[in-house]
Structures are given as structure tokens and as C-alpha cells.
Design a protein around this ligand. Structure first.
Ligand code: SF4
Length: 400
């Protein structure tokens, strides 16, 4: 109890009671006397104080001989669907010198260095860091790169590191939809990136898209198809010069609304509609040579959405799931709780959310404004923690 009173970031569920309205919506989380009503997130301002990197190297993991090092936390781009982009605000980067020292000390045990972060391509000094690593004969890999960040130097690094597949995440097919999600990538950026990657000798391309985004129409789905065909064309032209054609993999994920994001008010798209959208894309791209389409299962996205935005009562569904050996059809049938209430309901602007008690420093009113801007097709600028206090996560700039 004392620790929960004194330490930021400590939440003891048993010391808080959940209350509900007559219409089943969440009313409040009532703290026992002496406890804070909102639990403040614990956050590190200066990342160089703690090195977060692989501590055990073993062949018995997915990354076996790759030494992973976290280069940044948060992301400055503000994509409206992305939980990591909001809950880890403000964006912070490790000083390149600190990263180089850490890598120098550790890399004897690793064949490859993996740079991890939501915004790896925004890391100041990334190119220089990569050439330090690869100059010593060690490979480097990235968790993801933005299409508009592929400089010549970075492409050289990808080539030197024998990268065979590069991933680009347009996330949506139409310009309208990319503005809606605040992606900040134009079709030109995406096509340029595809051409540049092939020209740099990286044969395969993976493209990530979401379907079922808020305010999405069938025209936006058709725009995914058109964009993939345009990317294939750009890919083909660059490949001709190289004399070989790689593979394009289009990956489709149903959108799941997440807490603490501007889309936390949005309903998730219905499973049959998601299936229809996937089918439409697969049919349209099915005969395109050297291109394959993969899609996540909409029913799994539904389960994810249920547990992403459920309240404490949803724990009963989890227990029932265990009792029914994770047969979800049987589980839902046996439960009094309606999962659609959590997954498909459009939430009222004033609704209290079960996660509102976690204080990430971001104003809920800011998230709502972002949701409304998405609907109106308006962009929000990228983070600049030196001058900005827009969302509340950074202290106000000091007056001269
Ligand atoms: S206050 Fe501004 S710079 Fe800081 S996290 Fe929020 S939007 Fe980004």
C-alpha cells in the first residue's frame, strides 16, 4: 500500500474498485483512500542512463546470433493508429556515441547487430553508426525503415549488409487514407523507395497495409490494389536494369483500435466486411506475377480487439476460454458478456475508458482532437520536443 502511494508507475489492481453505469459502460476506477486516482507512468528522460540490449545470446531464440540494441523510444510521426507512438511519448534517441561504445564492447559475441526502435530511421547519426558496425565486418539489421528516409548512404548500408528483403509500410492505399491516419508518406515517396531499393540490389520487397481503418471506404481498398500494381511497375522497371526480378509480398492486417490512441473511440470493422476486403484484394492481385498476398485472420483480430479495449469483466471471458480449450465459439456462447459491446461499439466522446487512469502525460482532449482531425482529413505535424507542448507529454518550452 505504501509503495503504491509513493512510487510513480506502480499500480495495484486490488487497491482500486471498478464501477459501471446502468448502460454497462465503464464509470470509474475508485482508489482506496490515500492512493492517487491516476497512476503516473514511469519514464526515463535520458535513455543513455540505461543500456537496453540483449543480455543473453543463445541459438535457441529467433534472433540467435543477433545482438539487439534499443536505439530509441517513441516515434515523432504521430500515426493515429499506433499505440507505441503515443504511450512512449516524447520520442527519445540514444546518443550515437553511446550506441557505438555499447556495440564495440559487445559485438565479439554476435554475428549481427539488430537496431530496435519504433523510429530507427530517425536516429541522428544512423548512417555513421551503420558504417562503424559494418566497417568491422559485422552485419547490421533494422526493425523497420520509413520509405521517405532511404538516403543513398542508408541504401549503401543495406546493400553492404546483404539485406535480401526490405519492408515498407504504406499502411493505407490512398493519399486520403494516409492523411487520415497521419502517416505522412506520399505515393511518390513509396514508389521512389521501391525503385531505389531494387536499384541498390535488394531483390525482395514486403509491403504492410491495414484494412478496416476508421473512415475507410471500398475506394480506399481499391487504392491498395492500385498502389501495389504501381509499386510492381516501379519494381519491374528497376529490376530490368538489374536483369532479375525479386518477389513482392503484400501483407494485410485488420486494424485493431488501441487504447491511448486517437482511434480508441472507433469501432472495429465487422469480420465479414474484413473478409470481403481481403478477398477483393487477393482476387485483384492474385494473378500478378512475382507478387503474393498474405492476410492475418480477421477472427484473431476480433479477439485481439476484445482484450485490447475490454474492462475487468472481460477477464471472465479469458477464464472461460481456458475452460473451453481456447475454442472461442464455445467460449462466447457460454459467457453472459457480449464481446461485440467492446469490439464494435462506437464510443461516445465523453465516455470514461477503463484505461484512463494510466497517466502517460498525454491529454485525452488532444487524442479526441486528433480523432476529429482524422475524420476531417487533416494532418498533425511531427513532434519537435524542443519547441512543442501540443499533446502534453513534453514540458512547455522555456520562455527566452
Ligand atoms: S508535446 Fe509535442 S513534441 Fe512532445 S510528444 Fe507531444 S506532440 Fe510530440
Amino acid at each position: 500500500m505504501e509503495s503504491a502511494q509513493q512510487l510513480d508507475g506502480l499500480y495495484v489492481p486490488a487497491l482500486y474498485d471498478d464501477l459501471y453505469n446502468k448502460d454497462n459502460t465503464f464509470k470509474a476506477l475508485k482508489a482506496k483512500p490515500g492512493l492517487p486516482h491516476r497512476v503516473k507512468r514511469a519514464s526515463v528522460t535520458d535513455l543513455s542512463r540505461f543500456r537496453t540490449r540483449s543480455t543473453i545470446m543463445t541459438p535457441h531464440t529467433t534472433f540467435d546470433r543477433t545482438f539487439l540494441i534499443e536505439v530509441s523510444r517513441g516515434c515523432p510521426h504521430g500515426c493515429r493508429f499506433c499505440a507505441a507512438g503515443y504511450v512512449y511519448r516524447p520520442p527519445r534517441f540514444r546518443p550515437p556515441g553511446d550506441l557505438a561504445d555499447c556495440i564495440r564492447e559487445e559485438k565479439l559475441s554476435a554475428a549481427k547487430i539488430g537496431l530496435v526502435g519504433a523510429a530507427v530511421s530517425d536516429l541522428p547519426g544512423l548512417e555513421a553508426l551503420c558504417s562503424t558496425i559494418s566497417g568491422d565486418g559485422t552485419e547490421v539489421s533494422f526493425s523497420s525503415l520509413r520509405a521517405d528516409a532511404l538516403t543513398d548512404g542508408l541504401l549503401t548500408q543495406l546493400k553492404q549488409n546483404r539485406v535480401k528483403t526490405a519492408t515498407i509500410a504504406p499502411d493505407a492505399g490512398s493519399e486520403r487514407m494516409r492523411v487520415c491516419i497521419n502517416k505522412g508518406l506520399s505515393e511518390k515517396d513509396i514508389l521512389n523507395a521501391a525503385s531505389k531499393l531494387v536499384a541498390a540490389g535488394i531483390p525482395n520487397l514486403k509491403l504492410y497495409f491495414m484494412i478496416g481503418l476508421p473512415f475507410e471506404t471500398m475506394q480506399d481498398i481499391d487504392a491498395i490494389i492500385a498502389l501495389c500494381k504501381n509499386i510492381k511497375r516501379a519494381f519491374l522497371e528497376s529490376s530490368r536494369e538489374k536483369g532479375r526480378m525479386g518477389q513482392i509480398t503484400v501483407s494485410l492486417s485488420p486494424f485493431v483500435p488501441k487504447p491511448h490512441t486517437p482511434f480508441q473511440w472507433a469501432p472495429m470493422e465487422k469480420v465479414p466486411v474484413l473478409k470481403k476486403k481481403i478477398k477483393r484484394i487477393k482476387q485483384a492481385l492474385g494473378n500478378v506475377p512475382n507478387l503474393t498476398v498474405q492476410a492475418d485472420v480477421p477472427r484473431w483480430a476480433y479477439i485481439q480487439a476484445l482484450f485490447s479495449r475490454g474492462d475487468r469483466r472481460v477477464a471472465d471471458i479469458l477464464l472461460a476460454g481456458r475452460d473451453h480449450q481456447w475454442n472461442w465459439a464455445k467460449t462466447f456462447k457460454s459467457s453472459d458478456i457480449d464481446p461485440d459491446f467492446y469490439v464494435h461499439r462506437r464510443r461516445d466522446e465523453l465516455e470514461v475508458f477503463p484505461w484512463d487512469f494510466i497517466d502517460h502525460g498525454i491529454r485525452k482532449s488532444f487524442l479526441l482532437t486528433e480523432y476529429k482531425k482524422a475524420q476531417k482529413g487533416k494532418r498533425t505535424r511531427e513532434c519537435n520536443p524542443d519547441t512543442c507542448s501540443l499533446c502534453g507529454a513534453c514540458p512547455p518550452p522555456s520562455q527566452p
